[in-house]
Design a protein around this ligand. Structure first.
Ligand code: HSE
Length: 364
């Protein structure tokens, strides 16, 4: 059996990956070794065929023995360790959630429901570096797969509503802490009317003691229209990723523009996106709906009505779920090749952990 090493399995993406692997009985197909940057020597998780002790993730000696390494440890770890392993002659498969290697020529961005055939070809040709895509990109492509497959997409404008989890576990907890703080302030002023309360909440959010070390700003009762670093183009790095990663995943011959504004909102772990889709030619609503809903096993077309949209097309409805709903699909008044849509998906499942799990099984 192949030796598979896991790094970063305690973090959020890693924990979701472990949970999914247990559900799918994946550990039965490999020998598992668990690595840690801080807790080497401790007991490893009890899964089938696992080595009982946690190994050091910063000691190349043990890492070099692995046939496959799966990292959810983050970009800094990849930047530091991956080149060293390759320089030491390691020829194993590297499967990674971090963005560090995504745009490298010898790395493939993996998204099983959309580019499984291309992944298989890459494995057959001896490809070794498989990297999960940005979460909004992966969820967008699963939702719109049917239109991309038919070469019906001229461009997409995607306005995102991204959950706190995308910024990390500490940020998720900070959002809840912020909510608790405004809730406590509300509870302390039971007789105030709505406008007075709004002023009171602003005082609370402006207070130096308001918890915002991680986000730097209030996210509770607020939205933050910038995610990741600034680029000279005026885009945020998160916005830049949409087009470059999507085209790489699809291996398009002609670049499909995808751009929009990425916004952090107070959801916990599901990213939503409002889409304007420009088609390459006019198509009826029923054709667009049919293409979208038949594209892959995970996309779930929600009828464009109020009751279904509010029940099935929200972060609260989708959290912890594998399917990726897309709804609000309708022609726009902008012209007969413009369609509106809204999609929502679990940022830690198809947005992060699941593509890694799928490629691991394929490599095995
Ligand atoms: N960059 C994403 C976010 C998360 O900040 O929401 C992971 O792709």
């Amino acid at each position: 059996m192949k030796k598979v090493g896991f790094i970063g399995w305690r973090g959020m993406v890693g924990s979701v990956l472990m949970e999914r692997m247990r559900e799918e009985n994946d550990f039965a197909h490999m020998e598992s070794y668990f690595f840690s940057t801080s807790q080497a020597g401790g007991d490893a998780p009890k899964v089938a065929n696992s080595y009982e002790k946690v190994l050091s993730a910063t000691d190349p000696k043990e890492l070099l023995k692995m046939d496959i390494l799966v990292s959810c440890q983050g970009g800094e770890y990849t930047t530091e360790i991956f080149p060293k392993l390759r320089a030491d002659g390691w020829k194993g498969h590297w499967i990674d959630a971090a963005s560090t290697l995504r745009m490298k020529d010898d790395a493939m961005i993996i998204l099983d429901p959309v580019n499984r055939d291309l992944i298989q070809k890459n494995i057959d040709k001896g490809g070794k570096n498989f990297i999960g895509g940005n979460c909004t990109v992966s969820l967008l492509l699963i939702a719109l797969h049917g239109l991309f497959k038919e070469n019906l997409v001229e461009w997409v404008s995607s306005m995102t509503y991204q959950a706190a989890s995308g910024a990390g576990a500490k940020n998720m907890i900070e959002l809840l802490d912020q909510m608790k703080t405004v809730g406590t302030s509300f509870a302390a002023n039971p007789s105030m009317g709505a406008l007075e309360l709004e002023k009171q909440m602003n005082v609370t959010m402006d207070s130096p003691s308001f918890p915002k070390q991680n986000f730097g700003h209030p996210l509770a009762l607020n939205v933050l229209p910038w995610i990741d670093s600034e680029l000279p183009s005026g885009q945020s790095k998160e916005e830049w990723k949409a087009q470059v990663e999507a085209n790489k995943i699809l291996q398009t011959t002609k670049n499909i523009p995808i751009d929009g504004t990425c916004v952090r909102v107070g959801a916990l772990r599901c990213h939503s996106q409002g889409l304007t889709i420009k088609l390459t030619k006019s198509a009826s609503l029923s054709t667009v709906e049919e293409l979208i809903s038949n594209a892959n096993k995970w996309v779930d077309l929600v009828p464009n009505n109020k009751a279904d949209s509010l029940k099935r097309l929200t972060p609260a409805a989708v959290t912890g779920k594998m399917h990726v709903p897309i709804g609000r699909v309708r022609p726009m008044t902008l012209g007969d090749t413009y369609f509106n849509a809204f999609t929502c998906g679990d940022q830690l499942l198809w947005g992060a952990a699941e593509p890694l799990r799928c490629v691991l099984r394929m490599v095995l």
